[in-house]
Design a protein around this ligand. Structure first.
Ligand SMILES: Nc1ccn([C@@H]2O[C@H](COP(=O)(O)OP(=O)(O)OP(=O)(O)O)[C@@H](O)[C@H]2O)c(=O)n1
Ligand SMILES: C[C@](O)(CO)[C@H](O)COP(=O)(O)O
Length: 232
């Protein structure tokens, strides 16, 4: 890997409404410490990550104040109403040393089980392809439901992927794509979608299915189990 070390933007400004806890899910306890600490620990341990830009909600009183982890700088900024607003704020806040042409990673605070070797593979492959994302091909039969919740149609599963993070793009190109989506009033659910909308075709890099996004309360038990099995 000849690329210079990359900064990683970590959107952590969500409210965790689907979990429904007494605080945003990134601060709920997972295997003895706040979920976000697991995520940041894994990212900072990756030898090719230079620093972390954690995007917090305005007035976040639960953030630990961490400023360094495993010798890497940890900076914070304030996010926005949607995940895409938070990612754009994170990109804008990256240090000046990150040029527009440099790659940056984006990884959800809510994905604590990411494997270091998947990050390495993403960096290796996506840097040669002008950007990409971790994901996994759909393995189940895919149904389209009608409004009554009945199966109306079986969709082809070939060429269908689930999108994970990290996602990796050049800082300037991703910022421009996110700004364009905002101007067009499109709420993009991931960085790759913003890039697709301006004509790019991000590389899909297959990653482990256990890189789950903690989304509901039931995901905590699964994440705790997976954390112990995905240490590298
Ligand atoms: N305005 C937002 C919304 C989400 N996120 C972050 O984006 C990641 C993925 O979002 P999601 O799982 O949807 O988190 P929440 O928005 O917190 O969940 P919910 O929709 O259940 O409220 C999380 O790390 C979340 O903190 C963010 O930084 N800013
Ligand atoms: C970026 C993402 O994690 C890819 O799966 C996801 O789109 C973000 O979660 P959300 O629930 O759509 O906000």
């Amino acid at each position: 890997m000849s690329l210079a070390p990359l900064w990683c933007v970590v959107p952590a400004a969500g409210r965790g409404t689907r979990v429904g806890g007494d605080r945003p899910k990134q601060y709920l306890t997972l295997a003895g410490r706040p979920l976000i600490e697991h995520t940041l620990d894994r990212l900072a341990r990756h030898p090719h990550i230079a620093g972390l830009m954690v995007v917090l909600s305005a007035g976040d009183a639960l953030w630990s104040g961490l400023s360094e982890l495993h010798g890497k700088p940890v900076r914070t900024t304030v996010g926005g109403a949607e995940r895409c607003d938070s990612v754009l704020a994170g990109l804008d806040a990256l240090p000046d040393e990150v040029a527009d042409d440099d790659f940056a990673l984006v990884h959800d605070a809510a994905r604590p089980c990411v494997r270091l070797d998947d990050i390495t593979r993403l960096i290796d492959r996506a840097s040669g392809a002008d950007g990409g994302l971790l994901g996994a091909p759909l393995r189940d039969t895919l149904k389209r439901a009608d409004a009554a919740g009945r199966s109306e149609l079986t969709e082809p599963r070939e060429l269908r992927w689930r999108a994970f993070t990290p996602q990796m793009f050049r800082r300037g190109a991703l910022s421009a794509a996110l700004r364009q989506a905002a101007r067009d009033r499109v709420t993009v659910s991931d960085e790759a979608m913003a890039m697709e909308l301006v004509g790019h075709a991000p590389l899909l890099v297959e990653g482990a299915e256990d890189n789950i996004k903690v989304t509901t309360a039931a995901d905590f038990a699964l994440a705790e189990f997976l954390l112990a099995r995905t240490a590298s």
